[in-house]
Design a protein around this ligand. Structure first.
Ligand code: HEM
Length: 428
């Protein structure tokens, strides 16, 4: 793949008056919509956190109207932060940046409720975060540990003796979604329908399909909330529906806003991470050997998988005019943080492209930073750790099945199929 340079991505497209010409670039290729077949699929973005790259680039909306990175800021286009310290500020400085409108796909079909807690700014955010936190605390996750291990072991045992599994479709897609659905109390029969809806919302690129999926999922969730109102159970949706914040029951908008965002944020983020993790393990067998020999490194290896495969990049809205890095940001401007660039910033990570499972102080942005740090991160980490622990005691060295296309979209739902094979030893 040809290495891009700043000059090769510069564009001359129209942009708002506050954008200097030398900051205008086309980063549509950096959003994860362009597949590649590299062992480290995020490599094409790494150079953007280099020393010679201006702090704060700007991606104008494409003049031909095609959705690209610039589309994140509507017709104005978007600023893009690519250096670690800048990304850290955007995620943490709640006086200058807002989460209003983040992940609020529901607006497309005229819904007015907010996505809770993601689209809520401090200080209001903390009451929702505090309300949800006990359900994701370490002690709560400890209680789920046996169930997580049980599902992993049961699933691996089903295919171990066959010497083959499609790790993306038959395992990665299924295991975390089963855990998530049981946490929430959703009926297992909805599994395929949920994944279809999510695919249409995030990836169909068709307004018609997105709208139909949004209508489908919101109708279902509202019906499910009504059901839990009359028949409570021990799961999270029921706890939300019957919960109180600051002594008051939740409003209908708060209930649907919370259940909807958990559905969106929790459904398949771990699935995408698993598929990419096994792709890397298969393509770089040295990592397998190191982990097999040093299972105590599994927690720090999980952190390194997360750092090197940030499946999301997030944006924030500028709240007020201010000067930063020689430009004026205007209230209403959008700033996108390019996590796959910040996670490889050489000023923060020594030898950033190297997969180093002994790396210390691995403060990456895969779960962002600041008050919106992923609430499900402890659950995701636990699932990934347990999976690797059980996998390496049951499955010998593995590789990608010959003839497989290993191209990946470095983003959510990034690889649909990834058959892996290993040698099965039969005892006489
Ligand atoms: C490897 C898996 C996961 C990744 C990479 C991930 C990533 C993220 C990111 C990047 C954000 C912040 C978005 C932003 O600020 O714009 C976020 C927030 C959030 N995530 Fe996750 N997530 C994962 C798993 C989960 C799971 C399993 C759940 C729930 C079961 C979950 C629930 C949430 C919630 C509730 C928030 C909002 C937190 C707040 O606004 O205070 N996530 N996640």
């Amino acid at each position: 793949m040809q290495q891009r340079t700043l000059d090769s991505i510069r564009v001359n497209w129209p942009a708002p008056d506050n954008v200097p010409a030398d900051r205008k670039v086309d980063l549509s290729w950096a959003l994860g919509m362009t597949p590649n077949d590299l062992v480290d699929p995020y490599e094409p973005c790494g150079w953007l956190s280099g020393n010679s790259i201006p702090h704060l680039l700007f991606n104008p909306a494409k003049p031909d109207g095609n959705a690209g990175f610039g589309a994140a800021g509507g017709s104005r286009g978007t600023w893009v932060a690519t250096h670690y310290k800048d990304i850290e500020r955007v995620y943490s400085d709640n006086d200058c940046f807002s989460n209003k409108g983040t992940a609020e796909f529901q607006r497309m079909i005229g819904e007015t409720f907010r996505s809770i807690p993601l689209a809520i700014d401090p200080p209001e955010h903390s009451k929702y975060r505090l309300f949800l936190m006990p359900h994701f605390s370490p002690s709560r996750i400890n209680k789920m540990q046996d169930q997580i291990r049980g599902v992993v072991v049961e699933m691996i045992d089903e295919f171990a003796a066959k010497g083959e599994v499609d790790i993306a479709w038959d395992f990665g897609r299924v295991f975390p979604v089963r855990i998530f659905m049981s946490l929430m109390g959703f009926p297992p029969a909805m599994f395929e329908q949920f994944l279809d809806w999510e695919w249409d919302i995030l990836h169909s690129n068709s307004m018609e399909k997105m709208s139909a999926a949004l209508r489908g999922v919101l109708d279902f969730l509202r019906g499910f909330i009504a059901e839990k109102e009359s028949i409570p159970d021990d799961h999270l949706v029921s706890a939300i529906v019957h919960g109180k914040i600051e002594g008051k029951p939740l409003t209908d908008d708060e209930k649907i806003g919370m259940v909807w965002f958990l559905w969106l944020g929790g459904l398949d983020t771990v699935a995408a991470t698993i598929s990419q993790m096994f792709r890397r393990l298969a393509l770089e067998p040295e990592i397998q050997h190191q982990l097999r020999a040093n299972p105590e490194l599994i927690p720090s290896a999980v952190e390194e998988f997360l750092r090197t495969q940030p499946i999301l990049s997030s944006g924030r809205l500028v709240k007020q005019d201010f000067e930063w890095h020689g430009v004026t940001l205007k209230a209403g401007d959008m700033v996108q943080c390019l996590n796959p660039s910040g996670n490889f910033d050489p000023t923060q990570f020594a030898d950033p492209r190297r997969f180093d499972m002994t790396r210390k102080g691995n403060r990456h942005f895969t779960f962002v930073a600041g008050v919106h740090l992923c609430l499900g991160a402890p659950l995701a980490r636990r699932e990934l750790r347990i999976l690797l622990e059980e996998w390496f005691t049951r499955i010998p060295d593995f590789r990608v099945k010959p003839g497989t296309n290993t191209s990946v979209y470095p983003f959510l739902l990034s690889i649909r199929n990834l058959p892996l094979v290993w040698d099965v030893t039969t005892h006489p």
